[in-house]
Design a protein around this ligand. Structure first.
Ligand SMILES: Cc1cc2nc3c(=O)[nH]c(=O)nc-3n(C[C@H](O)[C@H](O)[C@H](O)COP(=O)(O)OP(=O)(O)OC[C@H]3O[C@@H](n4cnc5c(N)ncnc54)[C@H](O)[C@@H]3O)c2cc1C
Ligand SMILES: *[C@@H]1O[C@H](CO)[C@@H](O)[C@H](O)[C@H]1NC(C)=O
Ligand SMILES: *[C@@H]1O[C@H](CO)[C@@H](O)[C@H](O)[C@H]1NC(C)=O
Ligand SMILES: *[C@@H]1O[C@H](CO)[C@@H](O)[C@H](O)[C@H]1NC(C)=O
Ligand SMILES: *[C@@H]1O[C@H](CO)[C@@H](O)[C@H](O)[C@H]1NC(C)=O
Ligand SMILES: *[C@@H]1O[C@H](CO)[C@@H](O)[C@H](O)[C@H]1NC(C)=O
Length: 539
C-alpha cells in the first residue's frame, strides 16, 4: 500500500498552487530615471559586511555577499550551521515560570576588549554544560520531526534531495541540506570546535559558537571624518576539556553593513496561568514534570505516562502524534476551533484518535509536596471542571517572535523595514528571514543585499521607502503567508533584473522576454515554471 504522505503532499502542492494563482501583488518599483535624489546613496563604500546567524537565511546572504567580493564575517552562536534545523539531543536551558525578561544566566559585558574569561564547573552554582547551552541555545526541534512544508520548498539552491525523497522530509535531512549548502560555499570549513588551528587554505569566514552580544553604530571619530561603522560586540565560548573549563573570548569588530538573520521563534512563550510557578518547581526522581515544547526531543521519554499537551497548534498536534504510540493516556488542552495551522491544512494536524481534548486551563491548585511530581495535583479548566492524575505537561504554546535590535525594528509590526528587508532609516542594516520565506526568497534577498551594497541595484530614497511601506501595497505578510509571499517573489525578480539591466549586474532569474513589461502583465500571463531558470522553479 502506498504511504499517505505523497497524497498529503499533493494536497499541499495543490493549495500552494492555488495560492500562487490568486496572489495579486502590485509590482511597482521605480526605474528608468536619472534623478539621483530619488535613490538612496551610501556615505561610504560598503566593503566589510557582517552576517548574524548561519541558518538558511544567513548562509544565503553570506554566499551572495562573498560572490560580490565583499569581505564577509558570519557569526553564529551555535557550534555548526543549520539554524533551527541544527538538531541535537541537547535541550535549551529550561524556560522560566512565570516568564521573565531576564536571562537565566546573566552575563556582564566587559568594559575593555579583547577580554578573556574562564568558567569552572559549578561556578556561581551554574554547571559548565548549562553555560554552554545558554550560550548557543539548542534548537526547538525534535528527533522525529518531519518538515510541514514540501521538500521542494524546504531546500537551498543547488542542494537537491534524491528524486524519490518523500514529500515531507525529516529534520535530519533538512539539516543535511543546509549543511551541504554551507559546505558548498565554504561556510563551515571551521565548524568543528575541536580544530582551532588556522588554515591558510580556508580562511575562517564564519565564527561559530560566537554570539553577537551587542551592536551599535559608532559616531564619527575625533578627527570628524565620516567613519560611521557598525561595531559588533562578540563572545565566543569554547571548551577546555583538559582543565574542564569554559573559555569566553570577547572582542569587537567593525563593519560597513550588517545583515541580521537571527531567525524568529527565539523565545518560548509560557502562558500566564495561576499556580504555574508552583507546579513548575515540582520534581519527581530529580526530574521536572513540566517543560515547554522547545525541550521535546524523544517520544520515548513519555512511555507509559499520562501526558497533557497544552496548545493544539503546529507543535502541539505534531508532538501529540509523536508521543501517542508510547503514552498511557494523552490529553490536549485546546481552544475551541483552533485545529488549523497557518496553512489551513487541518488534515495534516489531526490529533490521534485516542486523545482526550479538554478545555483551556484556568488554574493549577498549589501542590502539597514539591518532590513527588504533579500526579496528585488538580488542574482547573475553564468550563468549571477539574482534572488530575497527569504525569507530565508539555507547553506547546509557541514562541515570541523577537527581533534583533527591537529598539529599531518592532517585532510585532516590523514597520521600519522596507520590503527588501533594509532598515529604512539606515539601509546599511538589513534583515533576512523576517519578511520573507527563507528557502524560496533567501536567495533573492541575499542577492539583493549584495547588489545594493555594490551599486548593482538601487533603493528608493528614504522618503520613498517610507511611502512604500506605509502604502500597504508592499505588505507581503510573514513567511507563512504563502499567498502574499508569492507577490514578494515576483517583485524581487523584477527589481533585481531591471536594476541589473540599468547598472550592469547579471540577469540571473528569468529570461529577458519573460520579465520585460512585467509591470503591465496580468498575473494570469506570468511565466510558468518552464520558462523560469532552474533557481526559480522551486517556488
Ligand atoms: C518546531 C519548528 C518547526 C518548523 N518547521 C518548519 C518547516 O517544516 N518548514 C519550514 O519551512 N520552516 C519551519 N520552521 C521555521 C524555521 O524557522 C525556518 O525553516 C528556518 O529555519 C528559518 O531560517 P532563518 O535562517 O531565517 O532562521 P533560523 O533557522 O532561526 O537561524 C537563525 C540563526 O541565527 C543564530 N543567532 C541568533 N541570534 C544570534 C546571535 N545573537 N549571535 C549569533 N548568532 C545568532 C541562531 O543560532 C540561528 O542559527 C519551523 C520552526 C520551528 C520552531
Ligand atoms: C570578484 O573577484 C574575482 C577575482 O578578482 C573576479 O574574477 C570576479 O569577477 C569578481 N566578481 C565580482 C562580482 O566583482
Ligand atoms: C578617525 O578615522 C579615520 C579613518 O578610519 C582614521 O584614519 C583616523 O586616524 C581616526 N582618527 C582618530 C582620532 O581616531
Ligand atoms: C468540561 O470539560 C471536561 C473535559 O472535556 C468534560 O469532561 C466536562 O464534561 C466539561 N464540563 C462541563 C460542565 O461542560
Ligand atoms: C506550592 O505551594 C504550596 C502552598 O503554598 C507550598 O506548600 C508548596 O511547597 C509549593 N510547591 C512547590 C513545588 O513550590
Ligand atoms: C514559455 O512561454 C511561452 C509563452 O509565453 C511558451 O510558448 C513556451 O512554450 C514556454 N516555454 C517553456 C519551456 O515552457
Amino acid at each position: 500500500m502506498k504511504s499517505p504522505i505523497p497524497c498529503l503532499c499533493a494536497i499541499a502542492l495543490t493549495i500552494f498552487f492555488i495560492f500562487s494563482v490568486v496572489a495579486q501583488p502590485q509590482a511597482a518599483f521605480q526605474s528608468g530615471t536619472d534623478n539621483a535624489a530619488q535613490w538612496t546613496t551610501f556615505a561610504r563604500p560598503i566593503k566589510r559586511v557582517a552576517v548574524i546567524g548561519a541558518g538558511p537565511s544567513g548562509l544565503q546572504a553570506a554566499t551572495h555577499l562573498l560572490a560580490a567580493n565583499l569581505t564577509v564575517r558570519l557569526f553564529e552562536r551555535a557550534p555548526a550551521p543549520g539554524g533551527k534545523w541544527f538538531y541535537t539531543d541537547e535541550t535549551p536551558v529550561r524556560e522560566q515560570y512565570p516568564e521573565t525578561e531576564e536571562s537565566p544566566i546573566p552575563e556582564k559585558i566587559p568594559e575593555n576588549f579583547p577580554a578573556t574569561q574562564y568558567y569552572t564547573e559549578g561556578e556561581g552554582s551554574i554547571s559548565l554544560e548549562e553555560r554552554w547551552r545558554e550560550h548557543w541555545n539548542p534548537r526547538p526541534m525534535w528527533s522525529d520531526l518531519l518538515a510541514n512544508s514540501p521538500s521542494e520548498a524546504t531546500k537551498l539552491p543547488g542542494i537537491e534531495y534524491p528524486p524519490d525523497a518523500p514529500c515531507l522530509v525529516s529534520v535530519h535531512d533538512v539539516q543535511r541540506n543546509v549543511r551541504a549548502y554551507a559546505s558548498l560555499h565554504g561556510l563551515n570549513t571551521n565548524d568543528n570546535p575541536a580544530s582551532t588551528s588556522e588554515s591558510p587554505l580556508f580562511p575562517p569566514i564564519t565564527s561559530y559558537a560566537t554570539r553577537v552580544e551587542a551592536i551599535r553604530k559608532s559616531k564619527p571619530n575625533a578627527s570628524g571624518s565620516k567613519t560611521e561603522t557598525w561595531t559588533l560586540t562578540l563572545r565566543r565560548l569554547s571548551w577546555l576539556r583538559e582543565s574542564n573549563r569554559l573559555k569566553a573570548e570577547w572582542w569587537e569588530e567593525e563593519f560597513d553593513a550588517v545583515v541580521v538573520a537571527t531567525g524568529i521563534y527565539t523565545k518560548a512563550k509560557i502562558p500566564e496561568i495561576k499556580g504555574i510557578g508552583n507546579w513548575s518547581k515540582a520534581v519527581e526522581d530529580g526530574k521536572y514534570s513540566i517543560y515547554h515544547a522547545q525541550s521535546f526531543r524523544n517520544p520515548k521519554r513519555y512511555a507509559g505516562k499520562t501526558v497533557l499537551i497544552v496548545g493544539s497548534f503546529i507543535s502541539g498536534t505534531y508532538i501529540s502524534r509523536s508521543i501517542a504510540p508510547y503514552v498511557d493516556k494523552l490529553l490536549i488542552s485546546a481552544r475551541p476551533n483552533r485545529h488549523h495551522d497557518a496553512y489551513g491544512l487541518d488534515i495534516m494536524l489531526h490529533v490521534p484518535t485516542q486523545t482526550e481534548i479538554v478545555p483551556e486551563i484556568s488554574s493549577f491548585e498549589p501542590l502539597e509536596h514539591a518532590s513527588v511530581g504533579i500526579k496528585a495535583g488538580i488542574i482547573h479548566l475553564l468550563n468549571g471542571s477539574a482534572i488530575s492524575g497527569i504525569d507530565e505537561i508539555i507547553f506547546a504554546t509557541g514562541y515570541h517572535t523577537e527581533t534583533f535590535l527591537p529598539e529599531l525594528v518592532n517585532p510585532r509590526t516590523l514597520d521600519s523595514l522596507h520590503w527588501t528587508g533594509h532598515y529604512i532609516d539606515d539601509p546599511t542594516l538589513a534583515y533576512a528571514g523576517i519578511l520573507d520565506d527563507p528557502w524560496r526568497h533567501g536567495d533573492y534577498v541575499g542577492h539583493g543585499y549584495a547588489n545594493v551594497w555594490t551599486g548593482k541595484a538601487r533603493l528608493p530614497s528614504r522618503e520613498q521607502m517610507w511611502r512604500e511601506m506605509r502604502s500597504g501595497r508592499y505588505d507581503f505578510g510573514t513567511p507563512l503567508d504563502i499567498l502574499k509571499q508569492e507577490g514578494l517573489r515576483r517583485l524581487y525578480i523584477t527589481w533585481l533584473n531591471s536594476e541589473s539591466l540599468e547598472l550592469g549586474g547579471k540577469l540571473e532569474y528569468i529570461s529577458h522576454q519573460d520579465w520585460v513589461n512585467f509591470d503591465n502583465l496580468p498575473m494570469s500571463e506570468w511565466p510558468r515554471d518552464g520558462n523560469l531558470s532552474r533557481r526559480v522553479v522551486s517556488w
